[in-house]
Design a protein around this ligand. Structure first.
Ligand SMILES: Cc1cc2nc3c(=O)[nH]c(=O)nc-3n(C[C@H](O)[C@H](O)[C@H](O)COP(=O)(O)O)c2cc1C
Ligand code: SF4
Length: 602
């Protein structure tokens, strides 16, 4: 097929009843990128024409998302996951090795357009890393031999679909089951039973059950799920939406990947339950682009549910209980996990966070009342509907009922997904996962909290250490400044750029942390870090900017001795080498006389 035929088939597939619409722009772009490995200018014009929007608007969307490209990046687009846990497993060396084998520069397409080798933010394969994406497919457990094989496959132009299947193996790695994942729970609440409960007891009773259970959002913020559903139900509207947030972009988090791989039925059941309660007919699951490999299996589960009368029209034979779910793909933007950015992205736009209030429960997707919950929250709600509020409250603490899935990676013998009742101590978790000689744990991802080993008796709970599920372990041999540097770069890269505190503050923090890592920072710079950090926390438009300074501020607070060792002992050091920066000008002009040099600052 020619590129314009590909685009034509994407926007108007044969036999499709859905009309071409602006709201699907991002989905069209994802498919074009997937099939053509870039979005050529002709495709942009074709799309703009079909949607009756400007080419600039299409380009604006492409530029926002890391996985969309106007320029070809070659037959093989290879992106190494660049989370700190991948780095700890040697990803940077492996990247250098592959570049050397293939004669490529990082980030620059090879001259023959065969391959581009670059990095990307955490791919959510942390416990089976280092990982990379090749043309959107995850390759796990990289090592020297696998890198050698990849180089050979690329040079001999073997289609990615023909690469050894073992490369693409992503396991669940569930190491501990508790309330939600236990066999007993599955036996007592098989799929479909939450919807039977809804029909038996009615929506009013089931909403009260969800409220009584005390279920709080398990995607990080911990907002009461029952209250959220009630607010959405009460909002005046002719239609409502249910959205499942499967963006899972927080570095070090991979538990939603596992739930979608092995418990998708329960997740969709939770969404359908919510729809029945609030009166929604349409649901959307926003799947991060890194998890494209889950798309087809998820579609199959949806189809099976339709075939079993658990989705579609007149669910379980109840007249008027109509609900169906579409899956939308993300395209490499961490900010799209933030609920209002996610809505923008679902609407096919750049994922810029909206002003809140109004909250999505009143003005959400397509300006209609919308419930947005995390994958784990929907699954928990489905189980509560069958097993009851008391069952849920029998686990966890008074303020944090239930259990929490943790994604554990880093320096431990048994990384993987662990389910614990809320209230579990860090000490217990470290013992279970086989962590030794631990220096610190990073809980809740880059945006979370760094706990030194002295805080080992802190508890995972909303009233103590809250988390969406990321738990990264660092032993005493690790340089924590490298972790902080990784996270600070991550935030600067992922800032959407809307507001100045985050856009500029994030970039300044990145430079200051680099300076500290390289031994050039002075006490004055530490003061600057504190000031900029506080400003970002107080004035950023959304959670990305307000949490971005956490890692470096925690480092200053908990590890002053590490910082002290790296400080330059002068009163002031410039942030960059001005003389080195002038080298390019000297090279261009061909002059290198003494007057064209600047003395270092003393
Ligand atoms: C920068 C940022 C990224 C976020 N990423 C995610 C995410 O990947 N998954 C998620 O469920 N929630 C994420 N959230 C939280 C969502 O905004 C929202 O609170 C959540 O989806 C609500 O679901 P819950 O109540 O079930 O937790 C993020 C928040 C921020 C500020
Ligand atoms: S805080 Fe950062 S990510 Fe959030 S709106 Fe501002 S610039 Fe965008």
């Amino acid at each position: 097929m020619s590129p314009d035929e590909v685009v034509g088939a994407i926007i108007a597939p044969a036999g499709a009843t859905r009309r071409v619409q602006r709201v699907d722009l991002l989905q069209y772009l994802c498919q074009i990128q997937h099939q053509l490995n870039c979005i050529p200018a002709a495709a942009i014009s074709q799309l703009a024409g079909a949607l009756q929007i400007s080419a600039a608007e299409v380009r604006g969307v492409i530029e926002f998302y890391a996985f969309l490209h106007e320029q070809p990046r070659g037959q093989y687009d290879i992106l190494f996951s660049d989370n700190i846990t991948d780095q700890m497993l040697g990803s940077r060396n492996l990247l250098a090795q592959l570049c050397k084998r293939l004669g490529a520069e990082p980030g620059i397409p090879r001259d023959d357009l065969r391959v581009t080798i670059d990095t990307t933010s955490c791919t959510g394969i942390c416990e089976q890393g280092p990982a990379l994406l090749v043309n959107g497919r995850v390759v796990s457990r990289l090592d020297n031999s696998r890198i050698g094989q990849i180089a050979d496959l690329v040079e001999s132009e073997v289609e990615v679909t023909e690469w050894p299947q073992a490369f693409f193996l992503v396991e669940d790695n569930i190491q501990r089951r508790d309330q939600l994942l236990s066999k007993q729970t599955a036996d007592l609440s098989p799929d479909g039973s939450a919807l039977h409960a809804l029909l038996d007891y009615g929506e009013t009773t089931l909403l009260e059950t969800i409220e009584d259970s005390g279920l709080q959002g398990l995607g990080g913020a911990g907002f009461g799920t029952g209250i959220k559903w009630r607010r959405c139900k009460q909002a005046e509207a002719d239609c409502r939406y249910v959205v499942c947030n499967a963006d899972e972009g927080e570095p070090g988090t991979f538990k939603d990947r596992v739930l979608m791989n092995s418990y998708a039925d329960s997740v969709f059941e939770g969404m359908t339950l919510c729809a029945g309660i609030i009166g929604a007919q349409h649901g959307l699951l926003y799947l991060r682009g890194e998890y494209r490999f889950l798309l087809e299996p998820l579609q199959q589960v949806l189809q099976q549910r339709r075939d079993n009368g658990l989705l579609g029209r007149n669910i379980l034979g109840k007249q008027g209980f109509d609900f169906d779910i579409d899956i939308h793909l993300g395209a490499g933007a961490y900010i799209c996990g933030e609920e209002s950015s996610l809505i923008e992205s679902l609407e096919g736009k750049r994922g810029i966070p909206r002003k809140r209030p109004p909250f999505p429960t009143t003005i959400g997707y397509l300006n209609k009342p919308t419930v947005i919950n995390n994958v784990e929250t929907f699954m928990a709600a489905a189980k509560i509907a069958v097993l009851g509020a008391d069952w849920f409250r029998s686990s966890g603490t008074a303020d944090s009922p239930g259990s929490k899935l943790l994604s554990i990676s880093g320096d431990c013998k048994r990384p993987g997904v662990y389910e614990y009742p809320f209230g579990v101590t860090i000490r217990q978790i470290l013992a279970d996962c086989g962590a030794e000689n631990t220096q610190a744990v990073q809980v809740a991802g880059a945006a979370g909290i760094t706990l030194p080993i002295t805080e080992i008796d802190r508890r995972i709970a909303f009233e103590d250490v809250a988390t969406a599920g990321s738990f990264m372990v660092f032993n005493n041999d690790r340089d924590l400044l490298e972790m902080v540097q990784n996270f600070t770069h991550f935030f600067a890269h992922e800032s959407c750029g809307l507001c100045t505190p985050c856009r500029v503050g994030g970039a300044l923090l990145k430079d200051l942390v680099d300076k500290l890592v390289h031994g050039h920072a002075t006490r004055h710079d530490l003061g600057e870090i504190e000031t900029i950090g506080a400003l970002m926390q107080d004035t950023s438009h959304c959670g990305l900017g307000s949490t971005a300074p956490n890692p470096v501020l925690d480092l200053l607070r908990h590890f002053p001795q590490l910082v002290e060792k790296r400080l330059a002992h002068s009163s002031y050091e410039p942030a960059f080498d001005l003389d080195a920066a002038l080298q390019e000008a000297r090279d261009i002009s061909g002059r290198d006389d003494a007057g064209a040099h600047i003395e270092p600052f003393k």
